[in-house]
Design a binder for this molecule. Structure first.
Ligand code: 5GP
Ligand code: ZN
Length: 137
């Protein structure tokens, strides 16, 4: 897609530090790493978000994530990671091309858990929330 920075990266138009490549994905070092080894797994095809990802690519996507984790474990001597996707602008997505963050974690690295990215507990009870979801499914 025109003007997409990650399409430019996957097409080799912009330089990046490529950690690993598979037929449909690229793993590159994040340009502003939040931890040593902070890597992004990016599909070569332009999908905005996880919902758009073709299901036939899901296994290759997970495999790439696992392989990067194994590699980073060896290099940085840690078994711990924060893994995830900022899905949509309200969740902090700044590049509208699907990408999966792999962040190695270390003792006293001044980070938190996924729980620390939001605290907006519902006013309604869990029962009401559950029923709203079940009514739709
Ligand atoms: P988001 O906030 O959308 O989940 O994350 C986008 C990520 O892409 C950020 O962590 C940012 O540092 C990274 N990023 C933005 N532009 C570039 C770039 O040109 N090259 C690389 N390697 N990473 C980038
Ligand atoms: Zn793109």
């Amino acid at each position: 897609m025109k003007d997409c920075i990650f399409c430019k990266i996957t097409q080799g138009e912009i330089k990046s530090y490529i950690v690993k490549e598979s037929p449909n994905f690229l793993a590159v070092l994040d340009i502003h790493p939040h931890s040593p080894g902070h890597t992004l797994v990016i599909p070569k095809e332009h999908f905005v978000n996880l919902k758009e990802l073709k299901l036939e690519l899901a296994e290759e996507f997970i495999k790439m994530i696992q392989e990067i984790m194994i590699l980073l474990e060896k290099v940085f001597m840690t078994n711990d990671f924060t893994l995830g996707i900022n899905e949509g602008p309200l969740a902090g997505q700044t590049v509208s091309h699907l990408h999966f963050h792999i962040m190695p974690r270390f003792k006293n690295d001044r980070g938190g858990s996924i729980h620390s990215v939001v605290y907006n507990p519902p006013q309604e009870s869990l029962e009401v929330i559950y029923q709203r979801i079940k009514n739709e499914s």
